[in-house]
Design a binder for this molecule. Sequence first.
Ligand code: HEM
Length: 364
Amino acid sequence: MATTYWDYLRLDRLLDLQGGIEGDESALMSDELHFIIVHQAYELWFKLCLRELRLARDHLAEPKVPEEQIPYVVHHLRRVTSILELCVSQFKVMETLTPQDFLAFRDKLMPASGFQSFQMRELEIVLGLEDDVRLRYGGTDPLEHVRTLAQSSPGGQHAWGRIEAARGEATLKSALDEWLYRTPVQGSGPDDPGDEEVVLGFLTEYYEKLVGMNAQKKADMLEALGKITSSIEQRFADAEAYAHRFLFAEDVEPERRARARRIRAGVLFVEAYRELPLLAWPRLLLDTVVATEEEFVIWRSRHARMVERVIGRRIGTGGSAGVEYLDSTVHYRVFKDLWAVRAILLPKAELPQLRRQEAYGFAR
Ligand code: HEM
């Protein structure tokens, strides 16, 4: 029998899933059908994002990642980024639901909410969002919320099972950290003798260059703005303290500090000397990870604006403060080092002198 379009896509099943809680599509108002289809479309895209993120993570998690494998990681992450861009623009479609029309069926959703989107939680978990970053509201952890409701809802076991399984997996963040940890810094790898001194030497030299450059900048700014604002000296002092804390991982507990420092040195090295042939793909990978996380942040922010437009500052059906809660989640960051390093990059001419340049060329 010839394959048909409708069988291949299981359209009979797919198009029979929009009946809402009553399971009767013909009884739904068109606004509610719209609401259901928009959400289902998002969940389908989330499904694909999860698959792509896991592939990116698996490529990167290998004990040794050959240079030619990095484009695959970039490829999967770019797909995720494109999907999220589309998801962001899709909120326009959601916004065609007017505030009053939504009220006609909103109450029957209670206490269901996107808060229970277990695929969104899986995405956060697979990326590597730390539990202590995730906000709690009303004393409830968002994951705990799903676990509690899972006990009384038919689909709940599945939702909670998915979250639990994701929590047992490696994350993209841990795979990336492991890979960054192995980055040669000034030609030295973590297994090379004297590596810790090389890394510390590089970081110290870098910090001194940064302070030297800031001294000139501070003098220029004081001259230009000193009469208008009094906080310039303090701002520079804060920025230097921040750079020191970041570079030497003073914000990390002592047992994990050397490792965190090496990872950060790796990020800095790739960003700073990105024109070296062997760092071209790693640098593109870091940029792609930032682009992917940026799109998640934009998604959160755009969702909050759409919510503000449709329900204003009402409390959510899931019981949160609504827009206020959603806006706070815009501060979530998974790949904090990649964001942090941007504040301390130096222009090329100010960089510490590169050592063992031959280690970063292509083999001939
Ligand atoms: C009229 C449309 C929508 C409104 C009024 C709305 C409102 C809200 C509110 C108030 C919350 C906070 C939790 C709560 O108390 O309920 C929330 C969370 C959430 N919503 Fe929506 N939403 C809408 C559409 C969507 C769509 C189309 C998606 C796509 C999947 C979505 C996904 C989510 C997710 C994933 C969360 C959890 C965010 C987090 O905890 O980080 N929402 N929504």
